[in-house]
Design a protein around this ligand. Structure first.
Ligand code: YOG
Length: 134
């Protein structure tokens, strides 16, 4: 029985988001705004089908996927690159590989206690974001 990520989650802390944004080539002014944000995630999970919407006062991002099915991801409003993405289960972790111009790009979600974790990877940088239920 895989983990249940359903719910509304608010960012409570993060590590090295600056490094991750630098690896993505996000400009200084945008990074200054982005690092102040406290985004909210709404995860809807039905079996192996997911929608994740991430909203903030600055930009919003929405992604929809089914486990094991590669999809074209357009990172509009983020770094604006396109990539081919696929999400799989690694035990109770949700692992996304984003193949494109940037090496080693992807993310992993998992739940630890009452917290939702998101590890963001790009090139040599790793950022961790932690969310709590709203
Ligand atoms: O989440 O892919 O939950 O897609 C990554 C920001 C900041 C915009 C956030 C807006 C990357 C300016 C989404 C933040 C930095 C900075 C709120 C992470 C790029 C631009 C949208 C993500 C996955 C997994 C779902």
């Amino acid at each position: 029985m895989p983990a249940d990520f359903n719910g509304t989650w608010n960012l409570v802390r993060s590590e090295n988001f600056e490094g991750y944004m630098l690896a993505l080539g996000i400009d200084f002014a945008t990074r200054m705004i982005a690092k102040m944000l406290k985004p909210q995630k709404v995860v809807k999970q039905e079996g192996d089908s997911f929608t994740i919407s991430t909203t903030s006062t600055f930009r919003n991002y929405f992604v929809q996927f089914t486990i094991g099915e590669e999809f074209e991801e357009d990172n509009k409003g983020l770094d604006n690159r396109k990539c081919k993405s696929v999400v799989t289960w690694d035990n109770d972790k949700l692992v996304c590989v984003q193949t494109g111009e940037k090496k080693n790009r992807g993310w992993t979600h998992w739940i630890e206690g009452d917290e939702l974790y998101l590890e963001l990877r790009c090139e040599g940088e790793v950022s961790t974001q932690v969310f709590k239920r709203a």
